[in-house]
Design a binder for this molecule. Structure first.
Ligand code: ZN
Length: 235
């Protein structure tokens, strides 16, 4: 699917998913008064920095339908014990910066495709839209936190991990020997649609250097060492 890239559609998709609000500067980087961001000896314009958003889409089929410039992704909380406060903050994080909207599924709405918010053992989500099926997100008590929930919503809208992007080997070295067995799948390279957007070490879809580590050893090494401490550090 990565080969099929009609230009007009890609432009529309990029416009849809682009951040409108500036991202905060992480540790090791300085956001300057004019909005530009200094990382080491590289100065990014505000637009360049804010454009460093992951577009590591699983495939174009996984996109939720878009109508009149808006992508409405309904959700349903399937467990009454679930605290919806963080969930809604997670939705807001995406909604405030994209053309995505997350309305609650109404009783009269009979569509089969929506986000099914559950409490299961762990924080996880299906990836993107699948015709005829719900996309399930699990929020396990307070374990996931706002960052984790926002990350899982990223999967639900169709994104894979940034460090699984098709071009990730140009940017990170993955030390598979240090990866916990059950987490290995999180480090396989995917055939993603990247929209020509630069790799984003700072993506909320990127793990930190020891994410998924079996023994506390580093798993991800940034090929550009200036990003080693920034990697996966999105708020
Ligand atoms: Zn993930």
């Amino acid at each position: 699917m990565a080969e099929w890239k009609p230009r007009s559609l890609l432009l529309a998709l990029c416009a849809c998913y682009a951040l409108a609000a500036p991202m905060p500067a992480p540790m090791g980087a300085t956001r300057r008064e004019d909005g530009s961001v200094l990382v080491g000896d590289i100065l990014y314009s505000s637009a360049q920095w804010d454009g460093l958003l992951s577009k590591n889409l699983d495939s174009l089929e996984k996109l939720w339908p878009r109508e009149n410039g808006v992508v409405k992704i309904p959700f349903k909380i399937s467990d009454s014990k679930l605290n919806g406060t963080l969930l809604k903050l997670g939705f807001s994080a995406w909604q405030s910066k994209t053309c995505l909207e997350f309305p609650e599924l109404t009783e009269s709405d009979t569509r089969k495709e929506y986000l099914n918010i559950t409490i299961q053992t762990g924080c996880f989500s299906g990836v993107g839209y699948t015709a005829g099926n719900v996309t399930t997100i699990s929020i396990f008590g307070d374990v996931c936190g706002l960052k984790g929930i926002t990350h899982e919503i990223g999967h639900a809208i169709g994104l894979h991990h940034e460090h699984s992007r098709s071009d990730r080997n140009d940017y990170v070295i993955v030390k598979m020997a240090n990866v916990e067995f059950s987490s290995a799948h999180n480090f396989f390279t995917k055939d993603t649609v990247n929209f020509g957007v630069p790799y984003d070490y700072y993506s909320i879809m990127h793990y930190r250097e020891k994410g998924g580590s079996a023994s506390g050893e580093r798993v991800l090494l940034a090929k550009d060492a200036r990003f080693q401490d920034i990697m996966g550090d999105a708020p």
